[in-house]
Structures are given as structure tokens and as C-alpha cells.
Design a protein around this ligand. Sequence first.
Ligand code: DHB
Length: 368
Amino acid sequence: SAQDNKFKIGLILPMTGQSTSTGRQIEAAARLYMAQNGDTVAGKKVELIVKDDTGLPDVTKRLAQELIVNDKVNVIAGFGITPAALAAAPLATQSKTPQVVMAAATSSITEASPYIVRSSFTLPQVSVVMGDWAPKNGVKSVVTLVTDYGPGNDAEKFFSDRFQLNGGKVLEKLRVPLRNPDFAPFLQKVRDAKPDALFVFVPSGAGAAVMKQFLERGMDKAGIKMIATGDVTDDDQLNDMGDGALGVVTSHHYSAAHPSALNKKFVEAFQKANPKMRPNFMAVGGYDGMRVIYEALKTTKGQGGGEALLAAMKGQVFESPRGQVLIDAQTRDIVQDVYLRKVEKKDGQLYNVEFDVLKGVKDPGKAK
Ligand code: DHB
């Protein structure tokens, strides 16, 4: 039947609400992957069903249920924020449906279901790299400022622990709410504490607001540097942040300026299909997540159920636009290179220019 000849991917994303840029980036990247690789794989017609969860986990859960039960999707994918990924996890387990997490980045997500495979990153993975770099580069004291939920708490803990292990002092740990954050009162506290640097994590989409407030309050002129995970100098927003962002050092797994031949092709093709956008780390998570699904479909020759697909996702090794990656067969999490980058101007545009790399970083956040 026609149903038997289809392979359905239910892509659940925040297409509206606070994380809209994540949804737009991942949808664009998934469609690019399909345009480049065709929609017939192992004799099956691949169908992408995109659903907007607005970033609310109750909606994610309802949509995942409908996609699994009514649409009989073979895979659920997407998940813009941690609460969304966690809301779908029990349904993936009950129905034995692989769940490919393309965005959300709290370490523990992969432990919420044995059917979860992650193509994004984890906050511990990128934060420990900054915790090593900063104290060796003149930063002896910090205040941390993170969004108060899973990934922010991971960033705060893993950055601070590593920074202190290296002899640094954490003067204060500040947390801002996820919904409608006002950074002003927090930045006032940072000014009063006078650290060498402010370490920041906010989710994709919120970086420009933090940067604007940081500069408007003259923090940099008061001698306080900003250091951050690359979520803050997000390629989706960076070029609009202005020259005040120049020199900000971040650690992350993807930059649109990553100087590989494969990435240049990816960025060019993405921008050709989406002229007003620059691909960010969310786009690369979506693109690689589609790769993981396509290869699993090929390996199982279009005949496998959820268990077989999951088995074929584990252990995949490939070159991503970000660099070499591995889907760790034990943890189902991604192992990847983490880069140190500095905001610089290239051809009149702001980019995160990589200047150092830690190869093959596993998520340091796993309990075992
Ligand atoms: C998450 C969301 C983000 O936008 C991001 O940059 C990192 C993590 C999350 O909710 O897991």
C-alpha cells in the first residue's frame, strides 16, 4: 500500500513563540538535506511532517502522541528546548519510536528514553572548554549568568567547577527566568561584583538582548569581559549585534565560519535556499539529524521497525559541516570537536572565527 511505501518523519519544532528562530533554522536545514539527498531512500518515499509546538511542552506531548498514533510516523525529531524533548521521551519509549533530538542540549535528555539519539550538543560539553581556556587567558574571577532551566544549570555547574579547579574564583552565580527575561537588574549586580569576566549562557534567540544590555550598561568599558557559550553569539543574530560584540570569546561546536570545504558548501547552499538567513548551530543539528535518519533507513533497507532504526543510528561516524562527529553507541549522544572562537569582522560581517579546538569531546555530564 501507499502507507507501506512511505517513511514518515514527524518534525516537532517551535515555529512560533520565544524559540521561533530555532524552528526556522531546523526546518530550513531539514528541507535542504532532503533537497540535496532526494526524498526516495531504500525504496521508501520520505515524508516530512512539520508541527509547531510553540515551545510549550504540553503541546509537544500532544503532537508527539498524534504523530505516533494517527500519522504512524517512523521517527519523531526536532525538539527546540529541553522541556519539549523531555515531554516526548515517555511516548518514544512506549511506542519504540526513535526520537532524534536536534536542538535541546541538557546533558540528561538522552537518559530520559533509550530511544533518544542526539545530533545537537550538550552544555557540559562546550562549557568545560571555556572553564579551561578562561583562567589561562587572564580571567581570574567571574560572575556567571545563565537562564534558569536545564541547559543553563548545566552550563553554570560545568563551567564553574572546571574554572574553580583551574584556580579561578566564582564571585556570584546569577540565574534569569526562561520566559521574558529582563537582564538589567542582573547586570547591575555584575557591575557591583567587578569580576574580570561575565560568563553567560542564554538559549538561542536571547543572545542579542543580553549583548545589547551588556554594552548599553558599559560593562566592557568598566573592564568586565564577556565570555560565553556560542549560544550567545548565535550566527542567527550575530551580524546584527554591532561592533560592540567584536572580541567576545565563546566555546561551541559550530560556527558558520568553520573553514572546511564541506561547511562552505553547506553555508552556500543554505543561504541560496534561504537568502535572508545564516545557518547557526541549530541548523547544523537539524541537518545532521536528518543524515542520521537517512543512513539508518538505508542500513535497514527500508524494512526495519523502531528497534532496527535505533540500532542503525548508534555508532554512526561522519563528517558534519561542524567537523568530524560520532553518535556514541553507549550514550546515544554526539561526540564532537569543540572550538574556541572570537567575534571578528570578515568581509564586513561579524563571525565567530575559530582559533583553537578540542578534538572528540564526549559529554562530561553523564552520570556513568
Ligand atoms: C536549549 C535551547 C537552546 O536554544 C540552546 O541554545 C541550548 C539549549 C535547550 O533548551 O536545551
